[in-house]
Design a protein around this ligand. Structure first.
Ligand SMILES: [Zn+2]
Ligand SMILES: [Zn+2]
Length: 368
């Protein structure tokens, strides 16, 4: 087993501040959150934590200085113990310290107990996704019990201090050479014991409830996106409430093909209008996607030609501005003509010196 000062890389005369600083550096480097599934890093993390636990305790440090590892023998264990066997125990033992180090949960420090996250699906009409909407969702989740206000103790009684850990939630026992702190097995860290459980939740402190939540969907969301409602998941005694994830399903609209914040509208126009130009009415996203506008077709508009209406697309979520509305002209060739129309077309063909198929009668026979 390596010398504990060597593990932390400090002098034997190191002050408590220097120890803390050295441990901080190692803990940060080998933190399991930064080294997922890395056994070697986890071992280093445990080794450094063990060294720091001993040396940060004045009494244990003094014994180690005088007698080495022999001085730390807890009695019950036989040599070769590695201090911490479990990463969670390190967070339990040094929770506050990790809070200081990593600024709480954000830095990936101590993992605080949190209720389960939940997921619900929400289907939106196309216009609701474009312009935003407030919708109700029904969720069944574990919530703090109203009868005992989440304590788990029957009304009129109170949870009692856990006798095993004296309310600390942690117990200290010998493991190998070391005195190791672990979560109290009796109260599982709560520090309290319920003698007279609440009849409503049977002492759990939470019970399933179905409630309707109002979800504000911002304008511009797209199919498959997820909204997070922080703290609207499941409750847990002595911990934070989980989150509710709302998965959005957006229905299509055949008039508007969506591409991010842009929409494409295909507009059929007759070959006559494409040739001569003219006004064309189109659908727009305005008025909850029921709006219309008139755009001018230039003479000689080609099939597939586009007209871009800048900033008339879908609002960008969390930003200002909108995408574009792209209007594409699909030039239609008639499949049926009246006798008069055909006559005019044939006249046009002659004028344009265009050899065309001769008129056929019924059953494809040539008219003579
Ligand atoms: Zn209850
Ligand atoms: Zn306890």
């Amino acid at each position: 087993m390596r010398d504990l000062y060597e593990v932390l890389g400090v002098e034997r005369s190191a002050s408590s501040g220097e120890l803390k600083k050295a441990y901080y550096k190692l803990a940060k480097q080998y933190h399991p959150d930064h080294n997922p599934n890395d056994k070697a890093a986890e071992d280093k993390f445990k080794e450094a934590s063990t060294a720091y636990q001993v040396l940060s305790d004045e009494e244990q440090r003094a014994r180690y200085d005088r007698f080495g590892f022999e001085g730390l023998r807890g009695g019950a264990g036989q040599g070769g113990g590695s201090g911490f066997s479990n990463v969670e125990d390190i967070f339990s033992a040094f929770g506050d310290l990790f809070g200081d180090f990593f600024g709480g949960r954000g830095g990936g420090g101590r993992r605080q107990a949190r209720g389960a996250d939940l997921r619900v699906d929400l289907t939106l009409a196309f216009a609701e996704a474009v312009w935003g909407v407030t919708k109700d969702v029904k969720v069944t989740r574990e919530l703090a019990c109203g009868t005992c206000t989440g304590t788990g103790a029957a009304p009129g009684s109170k949870p009692e201090v856990c006798e095993t850990c004296k309310g600390k939630g942690q117990v200290v026992h010998a493991q190998g050479f070391f005195m190791v702190q672990t979560t109290c097995p009796q109260c599982r860290g709560a520090g309290k014991r319920i003698k007279d459980p609440c009849p409503d939740c049977r002492g759990r402190g939470t019970k399933p409830e179905t409630s309707t939540l109002s979800v504000t969907v911002p304008a511009g969301v797209d199919d498959g996106q997820t909204l997070r409602l922080a703290g609207k998941g499941e409750a847990i005694p002595n911990g934070q409430t989980g989150h509710l994830y709302v998965v959005l399903h957006v229905q299509g609209d055949e008039r508007f093909k969506r591409e991010g914040a842009d929409v494409l509208t295909e507009v059929p126009v007759s070959f006559v209008k494409a040739t001569l130009g003219g006004d064309q009415e189109i659908y727009t996203l305005d008025d909850n996607c029921t709006g219309t506008a008139t755009i001018k077709l230039d003479p000689g508009t080609q099939p597939g030609e586009v007209f871009v209406r800048r900033g008339q697309g879908i609002p960008r979520v969390g930003e200002t501005g909108r995408g574009d509305h792209v209007v594409q002209f699909v030039v239609e060739i008639p499949t049926k003509l009246t006798a008069r129309q055909e006559e005019l077309m044939r006249e046009l063909a002659k004028e344009m010196d265009e050899p065309v198929r001769e008129k056929r009668g019924l059953f494809g026979r040539k008219k003579s």
